[in-house]
Design a protein around this ligand. Structure first.
Ligand code: ADP
Length: 241
């Protein structure tokens, strides 16, 4: 584990240098995209040119995605902590991903913990993590299936949990060991950055992410976030079961 941590730290330092380069690539790329769009506009009636410029534009979009996710990893935005209601945050994200889920024949089941104390978090960063986990869950479900999202508060350990389970393809041990390493992906169009960004964000919150997965059955990601000081066992007795 120690070795892995060191390896990741090293990758992150190299990443910071590369981030400078990645950032600089954005502007010229933007102008290439602009001209490709212009070409497309001016050749609306030419199917061949439209096809080619369409490919140019969507490939540039792809490079943009890689750069955006890479920069999130290498140059994290400063954290802005606020006291927030976790349930409403999760609800917002479910609304956001729901249309994509419907398109993919995936039902999202929600179960919200009662009496959830506020949590100190950076809402936009936690939303980013949830979006990453939901997108991965959606991508793991081949034809149809279900994603269950559950929140609860464990007063015993004074921590909040967000559990996201899917009925997707699952991961074998080899994959499980590698997820979260920058650029590790099994997807043809993947960046392999979503989980390393997510792990980093949760680590920055003093929390952790646990993963359980069975090939052919599905995967469960559990985000665990520390509760506010003093919100422990005196406030309630429930645990997350
Ligand atoms: P990307 O989605 O671009 O591949 P991630 O870091 O988000 O990058 O994920 C890395 C890999 O972890 C994925 O390519 C996939 O193999 C695996 N993975 C992540 N979430 C799931 C899931 N819910 N079910 C199955 N495999 C998953």
């Amino acid at each position: 584990l120690e070795e892995q941590v060191q390896k990741n730290e090293c990758l992150i330092t190299v990443g910071q240098m590369a981030a400078g380069v990645a950032h600089e690539i954005r502007n010229p790329l933007q102008s290439v995209k602009g001209f490709a769009q212009l070409l497309q506009e001016k050749n609306r009636d030419n199917d061949e040119i439209c096809t080619y410029t369409g490919i140019v534009i969507s490939e540039i979009e792809r490079v943009n995605t890689i750069i955006r996710e890479f920069l999130q990893l290498a140059r994290p935005a400063g954290i802005k902590f606020e006291k927030k209601d976790l349930n409403s945050l999760v609800r917002d994200v479910v609304l956001l991903v729901n249309s994509e889920a419907i398109l993919r024949n995936v039902a999202i089941e929600e179960e919200y913990g009662m009496k959830m104390p506020l949590i100190t978090l950076d809402a936009s960063q936690i939303k980013q993590v949830l979006i990453n986990l939901f997108s991965n869950a959606l991508a793991a479900i081949p034809r149809e299936g279900m994603i269950k999202v559950k929140t609860c508060y464990d007063f015993h350990f004074n921590e909040a949990r967000i559990v996201i389970s899917d009925t997707g393809v699952g991961m074998d041990r080899d994959t499980l060991e590698q997820i979260g390493q920058p650029f590790f992906t099994t997807k043809e169009e993947g960046t392999g950055l979503g989980l390393s960004v997510s792990f980093r964000i949760i680590r920055d919150h003093g929390g952790r992410i646990e993963v359980e997965s069975t090939v052919g059955k599905g995967t469960t990601f559990t985000i665990i976030l520390p509760g506010l000081a003093g919100m422990g066992p005196c406030l309630g007795k429930e645990t997350c079961n």
